[in-house]
Design a protein around this ligand. Structure first.
Ligand SMILES: [Zn+2]
Length: 379
């Protein structure tokens, strides 16, 4: 099954790539295809939000008890105005893309966009059950930046895909939505803050499970969906426990390209580029630490790692990159260290950062504090 993940022009490249990588982590018959929408063929219109209550509800209906207290959410000041598109406008982008690229009618097309929609849903699908949109912005409002935005976006992709495959019409889908949140993927989440409950349980209630069984879907398709939901739930639960336990996740260094995965964080991949990753792997190999001037002594080791990770880069470029990195008179090392820090902070949060960061007193050795018993290597 082909699923085209369509990047809207305004969506950040980093967020988009992260979501794609995350969805591809779980094996199965769903193939996620990267694609980009050249231009958005619609003009967003101003939408006025009187207060937070309206902003948090779908179609401005009655407020349902939130499962997150509102002071946990990022404060927006109300009233405010933002730009929205209609559902028709959003689905038209999927149709335009289908026409331009001659996409097979069996394929699913999912538009990922920062632009909100007039009915204020996280996402939706059209009557063909093959075109979708997912709103990629405002997640900080619901999770207070405690959750990596990749997770809710990937979660919505998976949930809509499942809905698209088990119902025969939009109408049927809407009839099956649970009006009261019970932590099932079919929860309506009238109050959008309730989505955290849905993601935390990442469950299918018995009624919905029966419905899926009736549809006679391929079991490996259902497994891929469930594995993805489990990954997202594990990450969320781990994050919540972290605040109390302060226990770091295991790390797995995987494959020829030595990508770094946070095992207990729903197997989240830390998005380091080859140079940052080479540097990180060097420090992982040296629990005793390395001072900046000592880096030169590890020149050869770093070069060997980077050669492997840098793909088609020329030997000359590789040598130059490493020479600049180990030169204490250049700022390259501190730039790379601070990028690594930022990326780990995004992945594990402030509390756990000290375990993963490459850090040390000024002029002293720098090292990664993480217990190496928590580090495994897999080819
Ligand atoms: Zn259900």
């Amino acid at each position: 099954m082909n699923v085209h993940l369509l990047k809207s022009p305004e969506l950040s490249e980093d967020t988009y790539r992260d979501v794609v990588l995350m969805l591809r982590q779980y094996p199965g018959p769903i193939r996620f295809i990267e694609s980009e929408l050249g231009i958005m063929d619609a003009e967003p219109k101003d939408q006025y939000w009187e207060d937070e209550k309206k902003f948090d509800s779908k179609e401005n209906v009655e407020f349902i008890q939130a499962c997150l207290s509102s002071d946990e959410a990022l404060p927006y000041s109300f009233p405010m105005t933002d730009k929205r598109l209609t559902w028709q406008d959003l689905f038209r982008q999927c149709e335009n893309y289908r026409r331009e690229r001659c996409v097979s009618p069996d394929d699913h097309v999912i538009l990922l966009t920062d632009i909100g929609n007039d009915k204020n849903w996280f996402g939706s699908m059209d009557d063909s059950l093959k075109n979708y949109f997912i709103h990629t912005e405002n997640w900080g409002h619901y999770f207070q930046n405690q959750v990596d935005v990749r997770f809710p976006i990937a979660y919505e992709v998976i949930v809509w895909l499942l809905r698209g495959c088990i119902y025969s019409s939009r109408h049927e889908m809407q009839e099956h939505l649970h009006q009261t949140s019970i932590g099932c993927f079919m929860d309506y989440c009238e109050n959008k803050k309730e989505i955290i409950l849905k993601m935390r349980t990442a469950d299918l209630c018995p009624k919905c499970l029966d419905h899926i069984n009736l549809k006679d879907l391929q079991s490996n398709f259902v497994n891929q969906i469930l594995d993805t939901m489990d990954g997202i739930r594990n990450n969320l639960i781990f994050r919540e426990r972290v605040r109390i336990m302060r226990k770091p996740s295991r790390i797995q260094v995987e494959g020829f390209m030595k990508h770094i995965f946070l095992t207990d964080f729903g197997n989240l991949c830390v998005r380091l580029n080859p140079k940052e990753r080479a540097l990180y792997l060097l420090f992982l190999n040296h629990p005793e630490g390395i001072s900046i001037p000592e880096l030169y002594d590890h020149h050869q080791e770093l070069l060997t790692i980077y050669q492997r990770l840098s793909g088609r880069e020329s030997q000359e470029n590789i040598r130059r990159a490493i020479a600049s990195l180990v030169n204490p008179l250049e700022s390259d090392i501190s730039i790379n260290l601070s990028r690594i820090k930022r990326k780990f902070k995004e992945a594990v949060g402030e509390e756990l950062l000290p375990f993963y960061d490459i850090t040390g007193e000024h002029g002293e050795r720098k090292f990664i504090k993480l217990d190496r018993e928590l580090v495994t290597y897999k080819d």
